[in-house]
Design a protein around this ligand. Structure first.
Ligand code: ADP
Ligand code: NA
Length: 329
């Protein structure tokens, strides 16, 4: 039997990178796998960023992330949707996994290197992040993990941890594989500073619930092809992040028009940005309306999360019990 697991951090406003890279696949796989698909707001992971040391804010963002997923079409009654800290087995399994994971492997993770490089004092939790992630996935014996490309290395480590555990304690866990949205492997940030990411803050992100005037303010000043200085210079859409956004939001005619007209300076960057804004508005307006409705009824959202935690725990508890027996607890 096949099972899906994926997690998303409540570190900030969900953005179009999360949406196209991961959340759309949650909805798609959720329809296919039903209760054999689990989606988790990973608040324990969020704590690895000191900016999350604000209890009211963390609780708020955890709820917001649930709202975001329900607003894009994930139905909590059809899948299992829950909050990581509500299921304590994640932490228990994580500890067992820390004991079989070489520190050197963790130090080699590029996400760890990127994030720790910006800190004066590195919390041990940041180093352990991928171990907890392996526990998240393997606790449900999930074999299918919808994620963005930035998670490839972590999934590979999860496979190694599964192998190592199975070798040391007997066959227990499958080796999961990542599944990607090939159209949205790594959506660039609107500031032109690499991958769009919540942890880089709002200069990087276009939020799923961001007002259209705020999105436009960021797009208007977003960098385009640096070689296109004057309006009359031809541009190269292949190096332009606005063109990446067109591929996500615009219809085929618009994408083709932009591709041709940019290369022969038929349109300017402002025209091109206005055209993508049309697609963004059409896409995000209904999602934002649905989000508003859900925010008017947060009690239902909390109920759905409580029910999700019960369903998740019903799967997790016997797996953890098996692990305890196998290691001798
Ligand atoms: P963030 O990096 O914004 O904090 P998370 O770590 O919570 O996001 O990741 C949630 C999901 O969104 C993961 O599956 C991740 O791979 C995916 N994701 C995040 N940023 C992007 C992006 N820029 N492009 C595609 N997928 C992304
Ligand atoms: Na990330």
């Amino acid at each position: 039997m096949s099972r899906v697991f994926s997690g998303i951090q409540p570190t900030g406003e969900p953005h179009i990178g999360n949406y196209f890279g991961a959340m759309q696949n949650y909805v798609k796989l959720g329809r296919e796998y039903g209760k054999q698909s689990l989606y988790c707001v990973v608040d324990l992971h969020a704590l690895t960023n000191p900016a999350a040391f604000d209890p009211a804010l963390l609780a708020q963002r955890t709820l917001d992330m649930a709202v975001a997923n329900f607003a894009v079409g994930l139905d909590p009654s059809q899948v299992i949707f829950f909050v990581q800290s509500h299921v304590p087995e994640h932490q228990e399994l994580s500890w067992v996994f820390t004991t079989i994971t070489p520190v050197g492997d963790l130090e080699r993770m590029t996400q760890y290197k990127d994030k720790s490089g910006q800190l004066e004092s590195v919390p041990a939790g940041l180093l352990m992040y991928p171990v907890l992630m392996a526990a998240d996935i393997l606790l449900y014996r999930a074999d299918t993990v919808p994620v963005g490309e930035d998670q490839t290395q972590h999934i590979e480590l999860t496979r190694e941890i599964a192998r190592k555990f199975n070798h040391s304690f007997g066959e227990t866990f499958p080796e999961p594989r990542a599944v990607y949205n090939k159209q949205a492997l790594r959506i660039p940030g609107v500031d032109g500073q690499g991958k769009m990411s919540k942890s880089k803050g709002e200069t990087s992100t276009l939020g799923l619930f961001e007002p259209m005037d705020s999105i436009w303010a960021k797009l208007r000043v977003a960098p385009t092809d640096p070689a296109r200085v004057r309006r009359t210079d031809p541009g190269n859409p292949d190096v332009c992040l606005i063109f990446d956004y067109h591929k996500l939001f615009s219809d085929l005619d618009t994408i083709q028009m932009v591709d041709v007209e940019c290369r022969r300076a038929g349109i300017g960057c402002v025209d091109c940005k206005k055209a993508v804004m049309t697609g963004i508005t059409a896409h995000l307006t209904p999602i934002q309306a649905r989000g508003e409705e859900l925010r008017d009824d947060l009690d239902s959202v909390r109920d759905a999360l409580a029910q999700g935690a019960r369903e998740a725990r019903a799967i997790a508890a016997p797996v953890m019990e098996e692990v305890r027996t196998k290691v001798g607890f």
